[in-house]
Design a protein around this ligand. Structure first.
Ligand code: AMP
Length: 460
């Protein structure tokens, strides 16, 4: 199949060909006609499938045919959980719209608000935003949604994980009823389906790879190693394999900083990216990683969301994530859009339960190796047998609808109005939401442990 058969006009096709894409990825082949038809779309697509172009290209097509945007208005809103993902999508929008006379902008927290207000005043065809900052801007009357035609919720699962449900609901209440809704999520939990119920109408359902399965083009391997020896093993692997671009995942910001220093001391150029870093520092670290001047980027899960480096060859799980779905997201950073990649996990004996959770989620046992000189004193126990994935009883959505699971502030309390509740979840204060896996939040023990029946089975 070619892009020309999908109903996109010449300026968009030109931008696609300049970007070097020869044919649409499976999600693009399904999503582009669906979005162009004007229907709502609900897509189960993990990162790396080309989903961004899957919604951006048809949106550009539609916008190029409609009315001009009025000052202070936005015609399309793309909501994303993290700043990095927002910036990444905005970059894609710019690339694909370069031969069109449409304008776009991106807004997120952590940077000055005034330039964002200035850009919104002119009116934007596409606004990419994180929820908290968007609400701040709305409350300051910097943007009106009266002309809004299309809403995209990207990585909806992560938005709920980060405690954005309340902000999302508020944003939805500000939008015109008549609009097209596109919902993208890597995983479809009960919560996401409840959210979808109130959002999409008779949607076209799209699924390009089974839920919670890892990209087939990614080679996965577990190194059994003692905890203390992980930095040494990583150094050896990087040096001996001559890895030039490695994304390393850590659970904590402190751990990320420490490992970065250890690698630097070994003569390996490394930078950390996490929620405690300023936006400037994060952008700089990512730019250096992309241009090759830094070969190792050490990231926490949330900060890594949205990082898109074409054909990232190597991902390392220095620690396994508490939430097994994060493993799928992490390794989705490599093997993108058909390229092959490698994902290795350094696993100590006390991480066996996390490994079991991951293996159960992806329904496969990962091959193991031990590196000479790094034979663990505490060997990794045998893996558990894989359990069958059973449907889960839906949880009571109402009772948790205003919860912020990780101390995430909503726009309501982001200016100092702390929640009155003595709920210990709220006592960590206002994190910026980029450290959900690293702060005091306890992961939901049910996440990923049991899965509901596949809502997309029929459409596959
Ligand atoms: P995404 O899933 O949107 O994060 O995209 C993953 C990667 O695939 C990005 O690096 C895109 O530039 C790339 N990509 C998207 N569409 C195509 C395509 N049709 N052909 C080749 N690469 C693509």
């Amino acid at each position: 199949m070619s892009f020309t058969s999908l109903g996109l006009s010449a300026p968009i096709l030109k931008a696609i060909s300049e970007k070097g894409y020869s044919e649409p990825s499976p999600i693009q082949a399904q999503a582009i006609p669906a979005v162009l038809s004007g229907k709502d779309v609900m897509a189960a697509a993990q990162t790396g499938t080309g989903k961004t172009a899957g919604f951006t290209l048809p949106i550009l097509e539609k916008l190029s045919q409609g009315d001009q945007v009025k000052p202070g208005h936005a015609r399309t809103l793309i909501l994303t959980p993290t700043r990095e993902l927002a910036a990444q999508i905005a970059e894609n929008v710019e690339t694909y719209s370069k031969h069109l006379s449409l304008n776009s902008t991106v807004v997120f927290g952590g940077v000055k608000i005034n330039p964002q207000i200035g850009r919104l005043r002119q009116g934007v065809d596409i606004l990419v935003a994180t929820p908290g900052r968007l609400l701040d801007l709305y409350n300051q009357k910097a943007v009106s949604f009266k002309q809004l035609e299309i809403l995209v919720l990207d990585e909806a699962d992560r938005m709920l994980d980060m405690g954005f449900l309340r902000d999302i609901k508020k944003i939805l209440s500000l939008l015109p009823r008549q609009r097209q809704n596109l919902l993208f999520s890597a995983t479809f939990s009960d919560d996401i389906r409840m959210l979808a119920k109130g959002l999409v109408n008779s949607p076209v359902e799209i699924s390009v790879s089974p839920r919670n399965t890892t990209a087939e083009t990614v080679e996965q391997l577990v190194y059994s190693v003692d905890k203390k020896r992980k930095p040494g093993l990583l150094t050896k692997l990087i040096k001996e394999n001559d890895w030039k671009q490695v994304l390393v995942f850590m659970k904590t910001k402190h751990g990320a900083n420490k490992l970065t220093k250890q690698l630097d001391a070994e003569g390996i150029s490394a930078a950390a990216i996490h929620g405690n870093k300023s936006q400037g520092a994060r952008t700089k670290a990512l730019a250096h990683f992309k241009d090759g001047s830094v070969s190792v980027l050490v990231a926490t899960d949330i900060a890594a969301r949205g990082i898109d480096i074409e054909q990232l060859p190597q991902v390392v799980n220095f620690e396994l994530p508490n939430v097994p779905e994060d493993y799928v997201h992490r390794i989705g950073r490599t093997g993108r859009a058909g390229a092959t990649g490698k994902a290795v996990s350094l696993v100590a004996a006390d991480e066996i339960e996390l490994l079991d959770d991951v293996q159960n989620l992806i329904q496969q046992h990962l091959p193991r190796e031990i590196v000479e000189g790094f034979v663990p004193q505490n060997p990794l126990p045998e893996s558990r047998k894989l359990r069958a994935i059973r449907p889960k009883k839906p949880r009571n959505f109402k009772s948790e609808k205003f919860e912020h699971k990780d101390g995430q502030r909503s726009a309501d309390n982001s200016r100092g109005h702390k929640p009155k509740s003595k709920n210990p979840r709220h006592q960590n204060g206002g994190s910026n939401g980029n450290n959900a896996k690293t702060g005091g939040r306890k992961p939901n023990p049910n996440r990923g442990k049991s899965q509901s029946s596949d809502p997309y089975a029929a459409s596959r």
